[in-house]
Ligand binder design. Structure first.
Ligand SMILES: Nc1nc2c(ncn2[C@@H]2O[C@H](COP(=O)(O)OP(=O)(O)OP(=O)(O)O)[C@@H](O)[C@H]2O)c(=O)[nH]1
Ligand SMILES: [Mg+2]
Length: 378
């Protein structure tokens, strides 16, 4: 039995621990491995204690994700699909929705605390239900939660206690949707087989392997690595920019009256040009630190790129500085109603429709997605 080795994994991210190469994932200094039974890898230690991210990240793509999802299906797992309320429209893929068919899936829509409080909860749930139904996403129930509010965890507790005591529970969803935070919040409040916390962070790719957390002798909950939608701004910009564009507190929407020949910079990452149409009040749902700058359309190019050069717009990315780094997306709105437009990984705008033609100048590779109007408008 001498050649049987115990493999030790980091309880933060799930990687196999190693003390050989500091540059490779799972590194932990040898003295810590010897001294403690449970050790975090160096990356999780720094992330949990200093909010720093140091090690090279592995990109976790949709195909690897599907493999885990199929295993969960085989094990007749109960599935919790975690959606970030701020960005879910641009992370859902038809392939994943199809893979889910035949499973018992609960949808947990997270980060409610980041959306304006004034939004009616029932309308929000109705919007989600309609959106998911339109995309053939079959689910058992939708629960709107926030890991910042204790009562939000009651539905998770109810699902676990009704699950029969043996059925595995898997959390799935896009990166940064809040899966690990949900498990951690649950573990903080209810007793569990371990007292370890899983690493969470605002950066993509925090959880790197499936992590099993025993709830009882017979039942475990599984936290899984989120997939990265490659057309999301999260996959295109550097970490400092992610920090600068992530909402940390309730979003206070900004409102601008804009019409033909107006232009508005949405931080240093996107510019909205109104090519035609009457003036109307447009609303912008982005992290509060995003700086807006209004200019004339005639002066838009000069103003936007000059401000980028002067580092006068936040957030901005070193990768997107020159005109050729951006691409235009043009849309002509209907004559009436309301249209929302999601900018993947960044935020969304909501505009009343009068047949205007809009142009969005966005970082090369970023998805612009027209979506139904998300919120009841004050
Ligand atoms: N305000 C707020 N922030 C949240 C909530 N849930 C998660 N977050 C934050 O969102 C970021 C991502 O959360 P994680 O729990 O690491 O997300 P994940 O889905 O596990 O991400 P991966 O492991 O990369 O797949 C972290 O900065 C969390 O603090 C929530 O309900 N409200
Ligand atoms: Mg995670």
């Amino acid at each position: 039995m001498n050649n049987v080795k115990m493999i030790r994994r980091c309880p933060g991210c799930g990687l196999i621990l190693q003390s050989i190469d500091e540059q490779l994932p799972g590194y932990v200094p040898p003295k810590h491995v010897e001294r403690h039974e449970v050790v975090l890898c160096q990356r999780c230690f720094k992330l949990q204690h200093y909010g720093e991210d140091i090690a090279p990240k592995e990109q976790f793509n949709v195909d690897e994700f599907v493999t885990i999802l199929r295993q969960a299906k085989k094990d007749n797992a109960l599935i919790i699909w975690v959606l970030d309320l701020l960005h879910f429209e641009t992370t859902l893929s038809p392939q994943l929705i199809q893979e889910l068919s035949g499973t018992e899936t609960y949808v947990f829509a997270t980060k409610r605390d980041l959306l304006p409080k004034s939004i009616n909860q029932e309308k929000l749930k109705h919007y989600l239900a309609k959106y998911l139904e339109k995309h053939a996403f079959v689910y058992k129930d939708i629960l709107i939660v926030s890991t910042k509010a204790k009562e939000s965890l009651l539905p998770l507790q109810a699902i676990i206690s009704q699950s029969g005591g043996t059925r595995p529970i898997y959390l799935f969803g896009a990166t940064s949707s809040g899966k690990s935070s949900l498990v951690n919040a649950y573990l903080k409040q209810y007793t569990n087989g371990t007292y370890r916390m899983i690493t969470t962070s605002a950066f993509p790719g925090t959880t790197l392997r499936v992590i099993e957390i025993p709830l009882t002798e017979t039942q475990s909950i599984y936290d899984t690595p989120g997939y990265i939608a490659d057309h999301s701004l999260l996959a295109l910009v550097e970490k400092d920019t992610i920090k600068a564009m992530t909402a940390k507190v309730e979003i206070k929407p900004k409102h601008y009256r804009l019409g033909a020949k107006d232009s508005l910079s949405l931080g240093g990452l996107v510019r909205l040009d109104i090519l035609s149409g009457p003036k109307s009040m447009m609303s912008f749902y982005f992290a509060n630190q995003v700086m807006f700058h209004k200019q004339t359309l005639a002066n838009a190019d000069k103003s936007f790129f000059h401000m980028l050069e002067k580092k006068a717009l936040t957030p901005a990315s070193k990768r997107f500085q020159q005109p050729e780094d951006f691409v235009p997306f043009e849309i002509t709105l209907p004559e009436k109603g309301r249209q929302d437009i999601a900018l993947a990984g960044y935020g969304w705008l909501s505009v009343p429709c009068f047949g205007q033609t809009l142009r969005l100048l966005v970082p090369q590779g970023m998805l612009v997605l027209p979506i139904p109007s998300k919120l009841s408008h004050e």
